[in-house]
Design a protein around this ligand. Structure first.
Ligand SMILES: *Cc1c(COP(=O)(O)O)cnc(C)c1O
Length: 385
């Protein structure tokens, strides 16, 4: 037997309480019980998103939320600014082009965060830009973009909205939707929200709804205006993923019991221990700045194939991590510490990385990264009984 560990940056492990909640009998989505459940999770989602606006719940992967965030606000021929610092930034550009939107792209070197001044300059140069698309956490590189600073830059432009893909950010680190002025925030179920893949969530500001009123794009399913009409009545336009909504209720209960600040602090503690552990094992982090607390992207040592590390983690030790994408394939590998994660997920990951690297002939001192992480995590553990 090989015990399996899911340590990829999505999908992530689902707590047993949540799996049990999802095993409950299906509620008919037009029955009053569903409206009651839906109303409750909608309220709790506002808490999680730190917003007073409605948070739409869609039956789709995260990309569905992204697609609707293009189709619902922009019309063919409209202009958008896309921050492209990795695979997911690139996806914003592809989505815009699919809907006939003219794209100006800010290319950011993979491993770096966008300089807010670049966005400010681009908006100044072309005031016709209606929307700025960015990731709060670019999962392909493990870098966090400063959405608070970007919101400052976008806010003075009355005809421009800021759309944030927070799929590996929301529920990991602080995203103050209303206080910072993030117009549209998208997340998905299978990353920090400890659910299986299958739900997307999107909060929409008043400024963005006004843009939606004028938008002429042709989405049918990912049509936020249509969804909103139903969801404010605690209904959905189409058949919802009922079991997932039951699981979501349990996730929100767990997160509320822990408290938002504690959720962020836990992720920060695990991310810090992982990064320091990686360095203590003689490895380098891939991000050159602003590493995301959701996952750690690690540079493969020069003489070792990154894909071999990721494959051997799985084949030898049952650990599912992730490799690099595009030109980073073979150069990096990525491990997650978001969602249903705690101390020993980090320790396990670091131990396995050391074992795999040693097995591949790389000179690593077994236990070096583990010891560092143990020290850091012990210092933040609960007081002794
Ligand atoms: C996972 C992820 C997505 C969405 O991917 P889906 O496979 O559609 O759920 C989008 N953006 C980022 C940053 C992600 O990490």
């Amino acid at each position: 037997m090989l015990k399996r560990y899911l340590l990829a940056p999505g999908p992530t492990p689902v707590p047993p309480e949540v799996m049990l909640a999802m095993a409950r009998p299906i509620i008919h989505h037009r029955a009053p019980e569903f409206a009651e459940l839906f109303g409750k999770v909608r309220e709790d989602l506002k808490w999680l998103f730190q917003t007073r606006n409605d948070v739409l719940i869609l039956a789709s992967s995260g990309t569905g939320g992204m697609e609707g965030s293009v189709a619902s606000f922009l019309s063919p021929g409209d202009k958008a600014l896309v921050v492209n610092g990795g695979k997911f930034g690139e996806r914003w550009g592809k989505l815009c082009k699919t809907f006939g939107v003219q794209v100006t792209e800010i290319k950011v070197e993979w491993g770096r965060a966008v300089a807010p001044q670049m966005v400010a300059d681009a908006l100044k140069k072309d005031p016709a830009i209606k929307a700025v698309y960015v990731q709060a956490s670019e999962t392909s590189t493990g870098v966090a973009h400063d959405t608070k600073a970007l919101a400052e830059v976008v806010k003075p432009h009355e005809g421009t909205i800021l759309v944030v893909d927070a799929i590996t950010a929301l529920g990991v680190f602080d995203i103050k939707t209303d206080a910072w002025g993030l117009d549209v925030v998208v997340t998905g179920s299978q990353k920090a929200l400890m659910l299986p893949p299958g739900l997307a969530f999107v909060s929409v500001s008043e400024k963005a709804w006004q843009m939606a009123d004028k938008a002429k794009n042709g989405a049918f399913y990912f049509n936020f205006k249509k969804e909103r009409e139903s969801q404010i009545k605690n209904q959905t336009a189409w058949t919802p993923a009922v079991s997932m909504v039951l699981g979501l209720q349990e996730v929100l209960r767990m997160l509320k019991a822990e408290g938002l600040e504690s959720v962020f602090a836990r992720h920060a503690r695990l991310a810090h221990a992982m990064r320091e552990g990686v360095k203590a094992a003689g490895l380098s982090l891939f991000p050159k700045e602003s590493p995301s607390d959701a996952l750690t992207a690690i540079a493969a040592p020069a003489e070792v194939d990154g894909q071999a590390i990721y494959k051997n983690l799985r084949v030898q030790y049952g650990i599912t991590a992730a490799g690099g994408q595009d030109h980073l394939k073979g150069k990096i590998f990525r491990v997650s510490h978001m969602g249903y994660m705690d101390t020993f997920d980090v320790i396990t990951t670091l131990a396995a990385i050391e074992m795999v690297l040693k097995g591949l002939g790389h000179p690593v001192k077994l236990g070096s990264g583990v010891a560092k992480a143990q020290e850091l995590l012990m210092a933040k553990a609960c007081p002794p009984a």
